[in-house]
Design a protein around this ligand. Structure first.
Ligand code: GA4
Length: 326
């Protein structure tokens, strides 16, 4: 069903659509097929029956909201892990504040001292969550390899299990746009008044495991100029293919472009785990992904090369293009 877009971002079609749902308790061969199809068509799916406890998720959400509720001057003490409105280093901005943490227990424990007055609790909560979503990412990557017929089913997950993996955890807080006490409330007649929280981009890493509270805002773009809103489901995880996985599947899986919009009245908080390789890992598709019908699309590179290119470009730029064979 195609709906006329009532939001202020013009010339874009908003499509309401059912996105793929993967049940991790379902029969394995069905699950692998469904995951492969979802990654080829959308680069995106929802996971239910994922096995991560409500408590693990709720405690981390609470720790995140607790931090974002602090006065700005206190939050700034956590810089550069904390940022407000700035995205990357090249002038991108959004209606978002965030915590960006290296996803290792040691690093989380160090940075927690600047984030929380109870760093031991904060650190054990966030590390527990990070370990749980990392395991989920590995399980999904192994199902993907199996579904693709790659004999070494650890070929993708090994990169994020590596102790030198460059994975990160990001908590994004999107404050509501309309402050009921201010003159902004005049805008409230426009029932979904919204702004871009985090602009259109693809994720550079291997796989992203995303969870948000019950406030919508995430949209994916399966085609240029088409946006599909993703219904919030705090009990589920959303998974998207990153650029490195697109390369490692020789273009079979798509690294979907997506963005996050703010909500008029409610705070949205998302927690994204970005599973990444070690800096020195060579990114190349396993041989079964390359056939005479599907010749190799990308030249080999290291994650350090890709990360450097990522940070030298703007948020919405396509980085993967730079690594295509001529
Ligand atoms: C998008 C995905 C992750 O949030 C992120 C972002 C990173 C950043 O905020 O520092 C980037 C962005 C993201 C891609 C392009 C570059 C780098 C901001 C930016 C302009 C942490 C990541 O790895 O890439």
């Amino acid at each position: 069903m195609v709906l006329a877009s009532p939001n202020p971002i013009r010339n874009q079609t908003i499509i309401s659509n059912e996105l793929p749902i993967v049940d991790l308790m379902a029969e394995r061969s069905e699950t692998t097929k469904l995951i492969v199809k979802a990654c080829e068509e959308y680069g995106f799916f929802k996971v239910i029956n994922h096995g991560i406890s409500y408590e693990t998720i709720a405690k981390t959400e609470e720790a995140g909201f607790g931090f974002f509720a602090k006065p700005l001057c206190q939050k700034k003490l956590a810089a550069p892990a904390y940022g407000c409105k700035n995205i990357g280093f090249n002038g991108d901005m959004g209606e978002v504040e965030y915590l960006l943490l290296n996803a290792t227990t040691h690093s989380i424990s160090q940075i927690s001292k600047t984030i929380s007055s109870d760093p031991i609790i904060f650190s054990s909560t966030v590390s527990g969550y990070t370990e749980a979503v990392k395991e989920l990412a590995c399980e999904i990557l192994e199902l993907m390899a199996e579904g693709l017929g790659v004999p070494d089913t650890w070929v993708f997950s090994r990169l994020i299990r590596d102790t030198d993996s460059d994975s990160i955890l990001r908590l994004n807080h999107y404050p509501p746009i309309i402050n009921r006490d201010s003159k902004d409330k005049d805008k409230s007649h426009s029932y979904n008044y919204t702004k871009v929280g985090f602009g259109e981009h693809s994720d550079p890493q291997i796989l992203t495991i995303l969870r948000s509270n019950d406030v919508g805002g995430l949209q994916i773009s399966p085609q240029h100029g088409v946006w599909v809103p993703v219904n919030p489901d705090p009990s589920a995880f959303y998974v998207n293919v990153g650029d490195v996985l697109e390369v490692m599947t020789n273009g079979r899986f798509v690294s979907v472009r997506h963005r996050a919009m703010t909500n008029s009245y409610k705070s949205r908080m998302s927690m994204a785990y970005f599973g990444a390789p070690p800096l020195n890992a060579c990114i190349v598709a396993p041989s079964v992904m390359v056939t005479p019908q599907r010749p190799s699309l990308f030249r080999p590179f290291t994650w350090a090369d890709y990360k450097k290119a990522t940070y030298s470009l703007r948020l919405g730029d396509s980085r993967i293009e730079l690594f295509k064979k001529c």
